[in-house]
Design a protein around this ligand. Structure first.
Ligand code: SAH
Length: 225
């Protein structure tokens, strides 16, 4: 009884979005092969529940993708961690581009590790919500743009890293060309009816590709919505 009364006095949702819950997610990611401590710390300190609808906040620290409306999803934490790890691999990028802002969670993770984050979204309504979240969390070094990310962000190129969070049938060449030499582009790409997560490093000679495994992303679409 005493226990129940105590729980009642706790503000709604706090137990399920607490630091302890976040730490459990971090342990799970570590167990599932995420090694970069910088990335694990970013996940531990970023409130994912702020990036989903309040009705879903109790599920925010499960290792699953969740709906964010308009047929889009916030990516699974493991995928966010894996992509961020690949982006940081062997360096400390200073300026990165994300294509597909969505909820803004991936951008917020990047912003806790990288001084300048540029992010592009083609659905205005989602971008407005994400901007509000960045403002609320004081993430003033995330620069947003309402645009079709197929063309990247030419006026800000080159980037030390690029993350694409929607699956393309073919990787836009324009994006690869906005990478600085030594930089990595991480993106899901359709291959034979499946999606593979690729990390592509730009070298003096050309591009080196690494396959990081199978993933499931929403499709990369053209134009604005
Ligand atoms: N990074 C997001 C994942 C969102 S899902 C997060 O952390 O929540 C992928 C997003 O990519 C969707 O919001 C979708 O609208 C967007 N997207 C798809 N095609 C795009 C394009 N060509 N340009 C910009 N954004 C695109």
């Amino acid at each position: 009884m005493i226990h129940q009364r105590k729980l009642k006095s706790v503000p709604k949702g706090i137990g399920m979005t607490s630091q302890g819950t976040r730490d459990r997610l971090v342990r799970r990611l570590r167990d599932n092969g995420i090694r970069d401590e910088r990335v694990l710390k970013a996940i531990a300190t970023t409130p994912r529940h702020e990036f989903v609808d309040e009705a879903l906040s109790s599920r925010a620290y499960e290792d699953t993708a969740l709906p964010i409306g308009l047929s889009q999803t916030i990516s699974q934490p493991w995928v966010v961690a894996k992509m961020t790890e690949a982006l940081l691999d062997g360096g400390s990028p200073q300026k990165v581009l994300e294509v597909g802002t969505g909820s803004g969670y991936q951008a917020a993770i990047l912003a806790s590790l990288i001084p300048k984050v540029f992010t592009v979204e083609r659905i205005e309504e989602l971008l407005k919500l994400a901007r509000r979240r960045f403002h609320k969390l004081g993430l003033h070094h995330i620069y947003t743009r309402y645009a079709d990310g197929h063309i990247g962000w030419p006026s800000q190129a080159p980037f030390d890293g690029i993350i694409v969070t929607a699956a393309a049938i073919e990787l836009p060449e324009e994006l690869l060309l906005q990478l600085r030499i030594g930089g990595v582009l991480v993106a899901p790409v359709e291959k034979g009816g499946m999606q593979r997560l690729l990390a592509i490093r730009r070298t003096e000679e050309g591009f080196e590709e690494k396959d990081l495994g199978g993933v499931i992303f929403v499709p990369m679409l053209s134009g604005l919505s």
